[in-house]
Design a protein around this ligand. Sequence first.
Ligand code: PGA
Length: 249
Amino acid sequence: MAFVIGNWKMNLNVADSSLLVERLAQHIQHSRHDVVLCPSFVALHSVHKMLQDRGLNGLFSLGAQNMYFMDEGAFTGEVSPLMLKDLVEFVILGHSERRQHFGEGDELIAKKLAAALRHDLRPILCVGETLAEHEAGEAQRTVQDQLATDLADITTDDASELLIAYEPIWAIGTGNFARPEDAESMFVHIRHFLTERYGSETANRIALLYGGSVDDQNAAAFMAIADCGGLLVGGASLNYEKFATIANA
Ligand code: PGA
């Protein structure tokens, strides 16, 4: 079983979010995969209620797209793990759009990871290189540096709850997805890093996902990678036919 995660990003109001869930429920009756939907904060509660009321929580799990690391307090506009833990099982952290547009660095992401785990939320940690780093042959070093800081405070006990998504920044939203063989060698590199850090038993429990212009046409090629634990899907997750095709495969 693998994870098929839909990151809806800053799209869909409350009504449109419900409509998408409705359509997905019509088109995904069973999935071999753990299908995780990540609506906006604004729509999370209504989608959560809809999954409960309609008995769809066996079919879909929920994730948030971000969170702050403090439990509560004077942090205007932020959302805490305490607010999320009744609603979601997963939380995306360190997404490249958070890093690029909102200046999130690895030290902050490390605090968020620790906070999520402290509150029994499963983090989906995103890492990946820029186009310049890719072209300079520095992808593996970049990802390793990100992981080293992001995971600095994560103990072996907690690490098995993690999911790590390799998302090359140049592949996100561009239609220009990574070659599966390049994603595969990055998985080997990440798995090696995790094994050195946590030992093979824990490291092997951490799901490695690919993200970056995944759609219904290329999903199977990434799923076929030996160590692929799933997919993080952005744009195509807003299209119920495409997302259902990926989840039903
Ligand atoms: P994309 O986004 O599928 O639209 O490239 C992926 C992501 O940002 O998680």
